[in-house]
Ligand binder design. Structure first.
Ligand code: ZN
Length: 272
């Protein structure tokens, strides 16, 4: 989730408290640029053991990155508590950055993940062919990665699974206008490679009731997404919670010691 997003500026501590009250056991605050990496790290230090962060440059920011930014990303990538490189990848849906710049910045982060030994937190939209080619080109040195907020087709899912990627699902799956195909693909994702996320403040689950008046998504709504997915997988929310919590801690190398027992998904969520 994007915990350093300005939409959380007015009440970030309350958002974190509501996540804890909703049995979310750990937050991973993803970064989009060098300043966001630094902000996330500072926030993590205020909530040791509950927040981890990433270091990286989002494809939207690729054309705006400066050489000094790379020094910051590289420096932070080595720090404890920085659990992934990203969010990184390619996005040809919105042209916020030149595709050529995106590919250079993504390539740098593929190398940095290899150097730092940290996994990739990956973003891909409307760029499947180039994205796949760049990951395949890494060959045996390809770091492990999670394709965050997967929204793609069956073919795309198969390609990602062949590459050994983990698959992150969000509240997109609750959107009857554009997410129903994901419900049909759920059974094809090995449970050992499934992660759940909110991508907050974006992607407020469409099926959440009541919805917050500000239309903002937040981590306290993760159990709502989990409950819906558990229902479609014919398992209890508790069982799915245990699996995805174990997957998450394992994937990101977060020490399970000091973590409370896995979250219990429940249908009702506190009002923000
Ligand atoms: Zn993304």
């Amino acid at each position: 989730m994007n915990l350093t997003h300005p939409r959380f500026d007015p009440d970030r501590d309350n958002v974190i408290a509501r996540a804890q009250a909703s049995h979310v056991i750990h937050l991973i605050a993803t970064a989009c640029h060098a300043a966001g990496t630094q902000d996330g790290y500072a926030l993590m230090q205020r909530f040791p053991g509950f927040i981890s962060v990433t270091a990286g440059i989002h494809p939207h920011e690729a054309s705006h990155a400066e050489s000094g930014d790379w020094e910051i990303i590289r420096e932070y990538s080595r720090k404890p508590g920085v659990v992934a490189i990203g969010e990184c990848g390619l996005d040809y849906f919105r042209h916020f950055s030149d595709p050529k710049d995106q590919r250079v910045v993504f390539e740098n982060q593929l190398l940095l993940a290899g150097e730092s030994g940290k996994p990739l937190f990956l973003h891909e939209r409307d760029a499947h062919t180039d994205f796949l080619a760049m990951l395949r080109a890494c060959g045996k040195t390809r770091p492990k990665g999670v394709l965050h907020c997967f929204t793609g087709s069956q073919d795309e899912l198969e390609h990602y699974l062949e590459l050994g990627l983990w698959i992150g699902l969000t509240g997109w799956i609750t959107d009857e206008r554009r997410g129903n195909h994901l419900l049909a693909l759920l059974h094809q994702i090995p449970l050992t490679r499934l992660l759940l996320e909110t991508d907050a403040p974006y992607l407020l689950p469409r099926t959440l009731a009541p919805k917050p008046r500000n239309g903002r998504n937040e981590p306290a709504f993760l159990p709502h997404i989990g409950s819906l997915i558990a229902r479609h997988l014919n398992m209890s929310p508790e069982e799915l919670a245990r699996i995805v919590c174990d997957n998450t801690l394992d994937f990101f190398g977060i020490d399970p010691i000091d973590q409370p027992s896995p979250s219990i998904f429940h249908a009702e969520t506190p009002s923000p």
